[in-house]
Design a protein around this ligand. Structure first.
Ligand SMILES: C[S@@+](CC[C@H](N)C(=O)[O-])C[C@H]1O[C@@H](n2cnc3c(N)ncnc32)[C@H](O)[C@@H]1O
Length: 309
């Protein structure tokens, strides 16, 4: 089971109109999708996307008894514009939600290779139709490439050391399992203290690389805002600072009234270029009670904006 995070808050920011059009771009276990469906009339429309086909099958079943107009797509949210076009709702969407990262279904299924808590093949694909897996990254990337993704996507202090150890280890035999990779990270840390499991950051980095998560997010944010109607809302929940920074900067950029170059002394653009209004002046975090009842929510951060043109 996947417990939806910041459920009340995200539904609140979506400001659901019963006859409106809503996209849940990361349907996962269907928790947020179901809550949206509960608030829609028969005329309302809910579009559920996920790049994991298993998630889509699960959500279809979960929403069986709701009678709003429902559509399910096994698609990457970076293609939201194409899906909106196909459904004839481009520029007419009332609310879009993205709850980034992985679901508990993905993490707990050891055959998917996302977790260092058990043993499985090094896979980490959210979309099983893709043929690029964690095994490719770990066994084919150069030492420099590995160090660079560990540093950039994992903010891993021992990036270079772990990359070197991986390259040494794979000279003996290819690294095929999550337990083998995790063992290398544990060995690299040795007696050094780490607040979290030593493999956490490199697993995060490899997952981001395999699924091109940050690139998808950048493309999605622009297209999602374009696809909203005036007054429509975009709500994004992220789980680490890299994602949150991209969301914050994108909203900030789109909320700028003046788009003149910073070097220009006087505004000549008219000063009315804002596309969105940011609704979350401060990032929204889960309450203490939520973290207590669902520790997996502890790093969640929510930001929301409203289209103003
Ligand atoms: C944190 S879970 C969502 C959980 C969901 N909100 C719920 O309440 O059950 C994130 C989901 O997003 C999906 N996902 C991640 N990146 C995606 C992308 N670029 N396009 C579509 N789905 C994506 C993952 O496959 C996963 O199922």
């Amino acid at each position: 089971m996947h417990t939806p995070v910041l459920l009340k808050e995200s539904i609140g920011y979506l400001n659901i109109q019963p006859d409106g059009v809503y996209f849940d771009c990361t349907s996962g276990g269907g928790g947020h999708s179901e809550e949206i469906a509960k608030n829609l009339s028969e005329k309302g429309m809910l579009v559920c996307l996920d790049m994991d086909s298993e998630a889509i099958e699960r959500v279809k079943k979960r929403l069986e008894h709701y009678n709003c107009r429902k559509y399910f797509y096994h698609k990457n949210f970076k293609d939201i514009d194409l899906i909106a076009e196909e459904l004839g709702v481009k520029g007419k969407i009332n609310g879009i939600l993205a709850d980034l990262g992985t679901s508990m279904f993905q993490l707990k299924d050891m055959t998917r290779g996302f977790s260092f808590m058990g043993d499985g093949e090094l896979d980490m694909r959210m979309n099983k139709n893709s043929n690029f897996t964690a095994k490719e990254v770990v066994n084919r990337y150069t030492e420099n490439e590995l160090a660079s993704i560990f540093k950039e996507y994992g903010e891993e202090k021992l990036a270079k050391k772990i990359a070197r150890m991986i390259v040494e280890e794979r000279k003996v035999a290819p690294i095929k399992t999550t337990s083998k990779l995790s063992e290398i990270a544990v060995k690299a840390y040795g007696s050094r203290r780490s607040k979290i499991h030593p493999a956490t950051r490199i697993f995060q980095a490899i997952r981001i690389e395999v699924n091109k998560e940050l690139d998808n997010l950048r493309i999605f944010l622009d297209k999602a805002i374009d696809s909203l109607l005036k007054g429509g809302r975009l709500v994004v929940i992220s789980f680490h600072s890299l994602e949150d920074r991209i969301v914050k900067n994108s909203f900030r950029e789109k909320a700028k009234k003046c788009i003149c170059p910073e070097t220009q002394m006087r505004c000549t653009c008219g000063g009315n270029n804002a596309v969105v209004k940011v609704l979350t002046k401060k990032v929204v975090r889960p309450s203490e009670e939520e973290v207590k009842s669902n520790p997996a929510s502890r790093s969640a951060r929510l930001r929301a904006c409203e289209k103003v043109v």
